[in-house]
Design a protein around this ligand. Structure first.
Ligand code: AMP
Length: 516
């Protein structure tokens, strides 16, 4: 298989003049971008970086971050992007854990970087004159360099992402060129991307979705339109101005797009393909997006950092909640909850844990220096996702939540997603998250945390659940009205924060009036 550097050279050879990346006023063709990437590879040599070294980056989605990503692929450096909002002690953890040999940052991450203990010992590349170093990105790429030739093959390590670490410290997920390439090619195939495709590059480049968008576009001569961080009005302007042909976002960002005041007056007709991943999408949002975009293709992509694709459903709105069937490079099954081996398959319709075959082309091979985590997640060549789900009578997969989020109430297993989807359809519900709260009598009770968009009280929502055919034992027994549903930096629901009481309750009506 081709390594990623050679894959990029192939795209340059195919159509050197094709537009490759846009970031504000910067518009680079494949040829022009290759020159910048080559200059950066030469600069890495100047810094003494070698294949197999880790470069930690703390960057927003800008053209420099994408250029660093590609330059690392040519140089055989393991790009290790982390959240640019990381605090100094978190940066120290990443630098130490990844055994970083260099780091790159920008204004937004400069204070944390310059106060991190470990950073001072390393070469630090700064964007746009950010304080704390004399290695300026613009200067590093200003020098002309010969076209970079790829230095590693497809077996080499390409990238290390960190899993979001919702419960414990983040785990490094090293991935080889061949797994990264296979995932990108699968992404192209599964989303029916065509040459010249244009995507909005807003899912963070420190998350698997952002990396996939970048690689998929570069492999097929497409355009990566950078949006440094999610700003709904700006996203809408960019979609229209750059004629984005597809979107690949977490449900939260879609939610914010279609509910923004500018949405109705923005021409989004260029967008023909919608894809979402990272979290389930509620029925209400599926319907709203289908009506708003009338897309040719609407893909629910269920996957993870470790293994890119588990399953896909290319007609996501047709059967709400369905994550479809195994992806092109994947074998997947539902096993009994608590199963020791993947041979203990669940019966059709039975809720269990979703497991994926580790031998698939898009797969990681184990966590970075975490044998404990490997032992917990990998059994007999299968990766246990920690997700609950079932297969319906048609053979389609449904993801119902995390094993840790399962609510055992009065001896029954209840997963939050079905209840969330049901409540999402109520017109007064803007957003909803369901979690189990400790209860003396039931063990756990089902609690719905609701962000209201209009006046509604618990009895009405309860009546709505009853009339929607939700099984009696699944009905929330408690409702909490909240100002915001807590989310991770990539927009994933954080149920554990709700359980721990770490959320803002909705302000009392009297106060709302004063604030308005
Ligand atoms: P990450 O590694 O951050 O991409 O997170 C992977 C996890 O996100 C999965 O194990 C699921 O819990 C969740 N997830 C990803 N895609 C979907 C999807 N399409 N539907 C439901 N949950 C999803």
């Amino acid at each position: 298989m081709l390594d990623l550097g050679t894959s990029f050279v192939a795209s340059v050879a195919r159509d050197p003049k094709a537009l490759a990346i846009v970031d504000g006023d910067i518009r680079l063709s494949y040829r022009a971008w290759y020159e910048k990437i080559s200059a950066l590879v030469a600069a890495f040599d100047g810094l003494g970086l070698k294949p197999g070294d880790h470069l930690v980056t703390l960057l927003q989605n800008n053209w420099q971050a994408a250029t660093l990503h590609w330059a690392c692929q040519f140089a055989g450096i393991i790009v290790t992007p982390v959240n640019w909002r990381a605090k100094n002690d978190e940066i120290d953890f990443y630098l130490d854990n990844a055994e970083a040999r260099a780091l790159a940052y920008q204004h937004v991450s400069a204070t944390a970087v310059t106060t991190a203990k470990g950073a001072g010992k390393l070469p630090r590349i700064a964007l746009d004159g950010a304080q704390g170093t004399d290695l300026d990105f613009a200067q590093l790429i200003a020098a002309k360099a010969a076209d970079a030739t790829p230095r590693v093959d497809a077996e080499a390590w390409s990238l290390m992402l960190y899993t979001s670490g919702t419960t414990s410290r983040p785990k490094g997920v090293p991935r080889r060129h061949r797994a990264e390439r296979a995932a990108a090619v699968a992404h192209v195939a599964q989303n029916l991307y065509a040459p010249g495709e244009r995507t909005l590059g807003v899912m963070p480049l420190y998350h698997t979705m952002g990396v996939r968008s970048l690689l998929a576009m570069s492999l097929i001569g497409g355009v990566f339109v950078c949006l440094p961080q999610f700003d709904v009005a700006r996203a809408l302007r960019l979609i229209a101005a750059e004629g984005a042909s597809n979107l690949y976002l977490v449900p939260t960002l879609y939610h914010d797009l279609v509910h923004h005041a500018d949405f109705a007056r923005t021409d989004v007709s260029s967008v023909r393909k919608l894809g979402f991943a990272g979290a389930p999408m509620t029925d209400a949002l599926l319907q709203k997006l289908d009506a708003a975009f009338r897309p040719d293709l609407f893909v629910n992509h269920y996957g993870s950092t470790e293994i890119y694709t588990f399953t896909i459903d290319q007609k996501a709105a047709r059967k709400p909640g369905s994550a479809g069937r195994a992806g092109i490079n994947q074998m997947i099954r539902v096993v009994r909850l608590g199963a020791k081996s993947a041979e203990e398959s669940a019966a059709p319709g039975e809720e269990g844990e979703i497991a994926a075959l580790l031998a698939g082309d898009e797969s990681f091979e184990g966590y970075w220096r975490r044998p404990d985590a490997d032992a917990a997640a990998i059994r007999g060549g299968w990766y246990f996702t920690g997700d609950t789900g079932y297969v319906d009578a048609d053979g389609d997969f449904f993801v119902t939540g995390r094993v840790d989020d399962l609510i055992i109430t009065g001896g029954e297993n209840v997963s939050p997603v079905e209840i969330e989807s049901c409540l999402s359809l109520h017109p007064a519900v803007a957003e909803v998250a369901v979690a189990g709260l400790p209860d003396q009598r039931w063990g756990k009770i089902v609690c719905a945390f609701v962000k209201r968009r209009a006046a509604v009280e618990a009895p009405e929502l309860d009546a709505y659940c009853r009339s929607s055919g939700l099984a009696n034992f699944k009905r929330p027994r408690r409702y909490e009205f909240v100002a915001e549903i807590p989310k991770s930096p990539v927009g994933k629901l954080l149920r554990r924060k709700l359980v721990a009481g770490e959320y803002r309750p909705e302000a009392p009506v009297s106060q709302q009036g004063r604030n308005a």
